[in-house]
Write a protein that binds this ligand. Structure first.
Ligand code: TYD
Length: 205
């Protein structure tokens, strides 16, 4: 499963507290937390270019670099973990590329989908939480800006449009959550959906 949203939507903290809650509730279950871009040594190098490089990175190079990190993460980490029976919780995923590169950068969803489908060998996340928050609120929550989030509000508004399009196209897989609510409320809603989807009982007794 993956957590998605504009910058500052709260993905990172939710991915962490949901992972911790599942580990506590199911001590036998392997819960693996990953982040994109990153999660492998190749991915972390690519992350440095993508987030901190001050030279030019054209839009297609950006698509391919994110997909490079993703291909490595799938092959080296996610695929073996799923085969072991682990639950994988990802802070961002290929849906970020559809929103940021496909929609906001204007590369086009079809092209970005194709590249990422190759990188993922067809294995897209089965459950995606789209934490939907006003991009202005999101940017205001962030204390540090990277190469992409420092581009400002107009880009983030288009990113949100991208997520809305993905959500409308596939509302079964992508669950939209109102992330302007308190962290506790968002967490409770997310946990309820996870238990329902996995057919687990949310009863600690
Ligand atoms: P991230 O590390 O999640 O930053 P934050 O926690 O601040 O949201 O993501 C870094 C940036 O990379 C963020 O601005 C979104 C962008 N991004 C893309 O443009 N495409 C992608 O495929 C991914 C994974 C991230």
């Amino acid at each position: 499963m993956a957590f998605e949203g504009v910058d500052g939507a709260g993905k990172t903290v939710l991915a962490r507290i949901v992972s911790e809650a599942l580990r506590e509730r199911f001590p036998e279950l392997e819960v693996l937390q990953v982040r994109e871009p990153g999660g492998t040594s190749v991915g972390e190098k690519v992350r440095k270019i993508l987030l901190h490089w001050t030279g030019k990175v054209c839009n297609l190079a950006e698509v391919l670099l994110f997909a490079t990190g993703r291909a490595q993460l799938w092959e080296e980490v996610i695929s073996p973990a799923l085969q072991r029976g682990a639950v994988v919780i990802s802070d961002r995923s290929a849906y970020s590329s559809l929103a940021y590169q496909g929609e906001a950068r204007g590369v086009g969803a079809a092209q970005v989908w194709t590249v990422n489908n190759i990188a993922l060998q067809g294995n897209w996340p089965d459950l995606v939480f789209f934490l939907d928050v006003d991009p202005e609120v999101g940017l205001g929550r962030e204390d540090e800006h990277d190469r992409i989030s420092s581009e400002g509000l107009a880009l983030q508004e288009r990113v949100r449009e991208g997520y809305l399009k993905s959500w409308r196209a596939d509302p079964e897989r992508i669950v939209r959550i109102d992330a302007s609510k308190s962290l506790k409320e968002v967490f409770d809603e997310v946990m309820e959906i996870i238990f329902e989807r996995f057919g687990w009982h949310n009863d600690p007794s």
